[in-house]
Design a protein around this ligand. Structure first.
Ligand SMILES: C[S@@+](CC[C@H](N)C(=O)[O-])C[C@H]1O[C@@H](n2cnc3c(N)ncnc32)[C@H](O)[C@@H]1O
Length: 260
């Protein structure tokens, strides 16, 4: 099974729809401080000009944006209106737009483009190439795009993770179980169980399956180059964000000849 072959992998996920208001309990915004600081310094180090604008593709609840908006004017794009609503609540000063990272075209360019963990929902090389193409179309000459998959094929380890938090009298705990289906190529499954405890102390359990793309490092670099970027890869450890090993891909959009 590949994402190319299975159209059902365009998944309407409850976590980003009717359960979106629980999302901040799954990964609270504070957990993104360290990773956002890392992205900020990568942008500053690699942009040809001091960057002022940032486009976040797959911005979710806007948790990265809470830490980046002090330094950049942020435009946040997500597929799901319920996630954009979560982000608007905490980032009212940011521009929010509904759209698909594979196809959206805003007709303007940004100094920085961030494609964070939402990129894992690209379950085929075709979709991944389209998302990278969207990033390129919105990166200004001399600007930089960052792509952050949870894993590349070379670093994937099956396993489980658990976590969650409490706020406003409610609580969420989750277990994530990651594994590769026998028939899969370039894809893994993340089986998520959410235990939701409401203000009245009633609890319910919900399971849903997320299908996620898993591509070799060389494919990432090749697709980033094919879009028109100069590709780079850097290794980062984001201690408080996740215990998975992260590799960060950069796409540097060359400064156009004759343009200062
Ligand atoms: C894990 S959340 C992202 C959290 C985000 N990094 C933050 O700072 O809050 C994943 C998001 O990807 C979005 N998503 C999935 N496929 C997408 C697509 N094709 N285009 C845009 N957003 C997408 C989902 O709607 C969801 O909000």
């Amino acid at each position: 099974m590949t994402g190319e072959q299975d159209a059902s992998l365009t998944q309407p996920l409850r976590l980003y729809r009717d359960l979106a208001e629980w999302y901040p309990l799954l990964t609270p915004a504070g957990d993104y401080a360290e990773v956002a600081a890392c992205y900020r310094s990568l942008f500053e180090a690699h942009c040809a000009h001091p960057p002022r604008t940032l486009l976040d593709l797959g911005s979710g609840a806007g948790h990265n944006a809470t830490h980046l908006k002090a330094g950049f004017a942020c435009t946040l794009v997500d597929l799901e209106p319920a996630m954009l609503a979560q982000s608007r609540r905490i980032n009212p000063e940011c521009e929010h737009l509904q759209g698909d990272m594979r196809s959206i075209r805003l007709g303007r360019a940004f100094g920085c483009v961030l494609v964070h963990d939402a990129v894992v929902y690209m379950t085929s090389r075709t979709d991944l190439a389209r998302a990278v193409g969207t990033a390129f179309a919105h990166t200004a000459p001399g600007g930089v795009a960052i792509f952050q998959p949870d894993f590349v094929s070379e670093t994937f380890e099956p396993g489980t993770e658990s976590g969650g938090s409490d706020a406003g009298g409610r609580g969420l705990r989750y277990i994530e179980w990651r594994w590769i289906p026998k028939s899969a190529t370039e894809m893994y499954v993340s089986d998520m169980a959410y235990l939701l405890k409401d203000v009245d102390d009633d609890a319910r359990v919900i399971h849903e399956r997320h299908f996620m793309g898993l591509f070799p490092r060389a494919v990432w670099l090749q697709l980033i180059a094919a879009a028109g970027f100069e590709p780079r890869v850097v290794s980062q450890e984001h201690g408080s964000y996740s215990d998975t090993g992260h590799e960060v891909f950069l796409g540097l959009r060359p400064v156009e000849v004759g343009v200062s």
